[in-house]
Design a binder for this molecule. Structure first.
Ligand code: SF4
Ligand code: FES
Length: 326
């Protein structure tokens, strides 16, 4: 076992645990943001540098600080280690730089992007980005590509996190896409225009942290915050059949896997559940999906919303007096 302290909070974890995993065990207050790590995918992480932290004490045996910031998703804890995440100015500064790099080629087309409202890069930019850009060269652009009947690739938005490649490697029975070329020429592409076409290919949409891989059956149908998420399940012989149905009125506009508090799919679902069963009668409804209060999707779902104190200051009393009711 190893004792590690992150932003002043101590936890004891099993040897081999990464700093990121330990931070998540402590809670969201100290957990670094991630863009490429995905706990359900083996060997993910190490690509985006969003999760950088400062190790101010290496271990009990060797208390020297680590000379550089480290990727918390790839660095294992040592007994007595002390880590700074939110408490470190160096980390705040570095994260700002990482956001700037991630946005170098990413278009600012949130108003027309289907991922808006549930985009991890959008959240990261709000929390750690700067309001101005320092670059004045043109962003690289690509034609949109249909990869199979259900998925569209908009490479302009890709941040090369490799999650979709890992999904294809680990969840589906044959990968036909990957990262080709190197450096700033790197791009996600299918080999010789092949379609991504197998039972679990739709999961690349759920793991993509930005709007690079989108659901062709949902594109431009609605902003996500106008839809109502509902937990539902069905008997499925390929996957667990546990999904979220996204309703607008009485129509199911899309079906996705259920995501945990880190925005990661709990169980990968098959294409039949995702794309081919969009009638309410196909499903056993469990009830409204619990939403994080901070999510923009919760905007129209007041049942989980806690009113901030500053909004409740005496607004009722003066109105009541003016109206003469009380
Ligand atoms: S398409 Fe999406 S999931 Fe795949 S590497 Fe690009 S950003 Fe990551
Ligand atoms: S989340 Fe650790 S490097 Fe991307």
């Amino acid at each position: 076992m190893a004792k590690v302290t992150i932003d002043g909070k101590t936890i004891e974890v099993a040897d081999g645990t990464t700093i990121l995993q330990a931070a998540r065990m402590i809670g969201p207050d100290v957990a670094p943001p991630t863009m490429c790590y995905y706990s359900k995918l083996k060997t993910s992480g190490g690509y985006c540098r969003t999760c950088l932290v400062e190790v101010s004490k290496g271990s009990e045996k060797d208390p020297r600080p680590m000379p550089k910031l480290v990727a918390s998703c790839r660095t294992t804890v040592m007994d007595g280690m002390e880590v700074k995440n939110n408490d470190s100015e160096k980390v705040t500064e570095a994260r700002k730089g990482v956001v700037e790099f991630l946005l170098l080629n990413h278009p600012l087309d949130c108003p027309v992007c289907d991922q808006a409202g549930e985009c991890h890069l959008q959240d990261l930019s709000y929390e750690h980005g700067s309001a101005k850009t320092r670059t004045d060269f043109e962003r690289r652009t690509f034609e949109k590509i249909d990869i199979g009947p259900y998925v569209q690739l908009h490479m302009n938005r890709c941040i090369l996190c490799y999650r979709c490649v890992k999904v294809a490697n680990q969840i589906t029975d044959g990968r036909v896409h990957g990262v080709i070329n190197r450096g700033d020429h790197s791009e996600i592409a299918t080999y010789v225009e092949e379609a991504i076409d197998n039972d679990f290919s739709g999961n690349v949409i759920d793991v993509c942290p930005v709007g690079a891989l989108t659901d062709k059956t949902f594109r431009f149908k609605s902003r996500v915050w106008f839809t109502k998420p509902v937990d539902a399940h069905r008997n499925c012989d390929k996957c667990s059949g546990k999904v979220v149905l996204w309703y607008k009125g009485e129509d199911v506009l899309r079906v996705t896997g259920r995501k945990d508090q880190w925005g990661e799919v709990e169980e990968f679902i098959c294409n039949t559940c995702r794309f081919e069963t969009k009638k309410t009668s196909d499903w056993t409804i469990e009830g409204p999906r619990k939403l994080d209060n901070h999510s923009v999707i919760s905007a129209n779902h007041y049942e989980f919303l806690k009113k901030p104190k500053e909004l409740t200051i005496n607004t009722v009393k003066p109105l009541a007096i003016e109206g003469g009711n009380n």
